[in-house]
Design a protein around this ligand. Structure first.
Ligand code: ACM
Length: 638
């Protein structure tokens, strides 16, 4: 048997070597392409195309013009090239709607081809062309995101990309009630998320802290409901309004503003889903029209962020100020007819979100009208009045040709199978809803709440809970045992109690909204944290070029403590594998000469302070995290 060459040393056939070379080349190249969300198919080819002042941009039909114009506008400032797109099919950069439908890419997909001779973006729809154009921009040097001329070569690697989304619903919710975001900021935010191929902007337009949409037949909603008294300090612990105090903080969108934003979103393949949160979360409406509540307290004011709710854990709570509409009052339904009449006229999308979350029924339980209604309906539990209310809502919306969408509480009271459920208290509600035939949008707190802090709670401003980008990235929207056809897709939710402006909204959104964009767009099989995290860092540099804010919590150490035999044990972790963690427990500042973390360590007793810093390639990169003994012990108790 000595004629057999051991496998290790046997020469590989030449075609295998070539194949391996090709594979490793394309693998390495794919890794370095800064694309988020990662496309379905990427074929790297040799060579590149450079955009120069002599480039020409063409579009084949009126409907493909918008993508061509947006591309030309986007590159105008950073390249300094003023290229006017023309109708035709002979440009060096072509945007083309397909004459014959490409079944593989569906309604929102695209094919992008870059060769040394030129670029072509083709799709079945204007939305697909918009997405192809975004991928093309991501392939360009990061300076394309800047606001000044950059004298560089605008080289794009030769590539053929075929891409289409996994889910049809890829949303981000922005709460504009807790803090008002001016029209231009809303547009900027929509633009930002559309560039990551989100196609739903869920607009949380009303809550206890402000009513933000002009309803012409109910002028007090914005004259009164859009304004609160000025208060500083942490949301949820601010002082009460003083009776008669002037309410000066807030704002609202006129119907003309709304139309402008809808049009802006539509050009970017984004459908807007307006939300009016009912029957709870309605203090701003009640401040405007107190007669809609049970107590009819004319002293109700829009809340400036006081501590008016008691949370008892396991989902129970009490509202110390009434913030629910009265479900037994027919005037409430006349009010809602008017509100949704105007909203249905304004918003072309099929869905209207009616909230339904965290509705406190304590005032209903004591109201004679509600008690009489329960008797008439043979309802034993006041909780079930919400089901009655939501079914009335659904009838109102149906009559206006709209579909009802609500937070997962709406299934508890019994709702028609036509209602779509947004699962936020974990995925449990979504699973139950899908099993009973409802369409579901997955947006669980555990993976998709963008208001939760991203890094160590001693570094990021405090909020109810934490959620790291790696966890968001690990989200699988279709739970085991659920028929995928009921899962429309998912969302990230940006509640803004602690977010006063766009810069802060960006910080909280990114990079988690990029991670979720990949979860909702890209094939499940392509998900790979290490690969994503490299692309994420490339997008940090692009965000910097665009002057868009983001969190750097991924560069920080993750510090956990436990208690074993009475001693404090510290375990540290990291999201990025190439970070080195250094720490001190001797009240000195840590650097790369300090203790290097490898395994869990037992801390000595006494008043120790742990200081931790991360390094990469010999340079400090993360935040300094300082944990005193009480914080170390508190963590162990969690
Ligand atoms: C919610 O977060 N209250 C839907």
């Amino acid at each position: 048997m000595n004629n057999i060459i051991p496998l290790r040393t046997r020469p590989l056939p030449i075609f295998v070597i070539l194949l391996l070379l090709l594979f490793s080349f394309s693998f390495a190249q794919n890794n370095s392409l800064p694309l988020i969300p990662i496309p379905v198919e990427v074929q790297q080819m040799t060579g590149s195309f450079s955009v120069t002042a002599g480039a020409s941009i063409t579009y084949n039909r009126a409907e493909s013009r918008s993508a061509a114009e947006m591309f030309a506008n986007k590159i105008r400032v950073p390249t300094g090239f003023s290229i006017a797109p023309k109708q035709g099919t002979d440009g060096s950069i072509q945007f083309g709607l397909l004459d014959k439908r490409n079944q593989q890419i569906g309604a929102e997909g695209y094919v992008l081809e870059v060769t040394p001779r030129g670029i072509s973006v083709s799709a079945n729809s204007a939305g697909g062309l918009f997405y192809g154009m975004q991928t093309l921009l991501q392939l360009m040097p990061k300076e394309i995101e800047g606001g000044v001329v950059a004298n560089i070569d605008w080289t794009i690697p030769a590539v053929r990309i075929t891409d289409y989304p996994r889910f049809g619903w890829r949303g981000i919710m922005l709460d504009v009630s807790r803090n008002f975001f001016p029209k231009e900021d809303v547009k900027s935010y929509i633009e930002q998320i559309a560039r990551y191929k989100y196609n739903v902007f869920h607009w949380h337009l009303s809550d206890d802290h402000g009513w933000r949409i002009e309803i012409k037949s109910l002028p007090k909603l914005t004259k009164v409901g859009a304004w609160r008294v000025e208060r500083a300090g942490s949301f949820g612990s601010r002082t009460d309004p003083i009776p008669g105090e002037k309410a000066t903080v807030g704002g609202f969108y006129t119907q003309d503003d709304i139309k402008e934003i809808i049009q802006f979103a539509r050009q970017r393949n984004v459908t807007i889903v307006p939300e009016i949160d009912l029957p709870g979360h309605s203090m701003a409406a009640i401040a405007s029209y107190p007669e809609l509540s049970c107590k009819k307290d004319t002293g109700t004011m829009v809340n400036p962020g006081t501590h008016f709710a008691e949370w008892y854990g396991n989902g129970t709570f009490k509202m110390n100020i009434e913030n629910t509409l009265n479900p037994s009052d027919e005037n409430v339904y006349s009010f809602l007819e008017k509100v949704f009449g105007e909203i249905a006229e304004l918003f072309p999308g099929p869905y209207i979100h009616v909230g339904g979350d965290e509705c406190y029924k304590g005032y209903w339980a004591q109201d004679t009208g509600c008690i009489a209604l329960m008797r008439r309906l043979n309802i034993r539990h006041v909780e079930d009045l919400q089901g009655y209310f939501m079914n009335r809502m659904e009838k109102i919306l149906k009559a206006k040709g709209k579909k009802l969408l609500g937070w997962d509480e709406i299934i508890e009271g019994g709702i028609s199978p036509d209602a779509t459920i947004m699962s936020w208290r974990g995925v449990k509600g979504g699973i139950e809803a899908a099993r009973t035939g409802h369409d579901v949008v997955m947006t669980p707190t555990t993976f998709s709440y963008l208001d939760y802090n991203q890094g160590d709670q001693t570094v990021d401003p405090p909020i109810y809970a934490g959620l790291r980008v790696k966890k968001s990235y690990s989200f699988e929207p279709v739970p085991d045992g659920v028929d995928a056809k009921y899962i429309l897709g998912g969302q990230g939710n940006l509640w803004t109690e602690q977010i006063p402006n766009l810069r802060a909204a960006e910080y909280m959104s990114y990079p988690r909204a990029w991670a979720l964009a990949e979860v909702y767009w890209s094939p499940k099989e392509k998900k790979d944290w290490r690969n994503f995290s490299r692309r994420m860092e490339l997008h940090f540099t692009r965000a910097e070029a665009a002057d868009i804010n983001y969190s750097r919590a991924s560069f920080d150490a993750i510090i956990k403590t436990s208690i074993k035999n009475g001693a404090l044990i510290v375990a540290m972790d990291k999201e990025l594998s190439d970070l080195d963690i250094y720490y001190t427990i001797d009240d000195t500042m840590p650097d790369d000469h300090s203790l290097r973390y490898t395994n869990a360590v037992e801390l000595p007793g006494g008043p120790v302070t742990l200081r931790v810093i991360t390094y990469r390639n010999g340079k400090p990169i993360g935040h300094l995290i300082t944990l005193k003994q009480d914080e170390l012990q508190k963590r162990a108790g969690k």
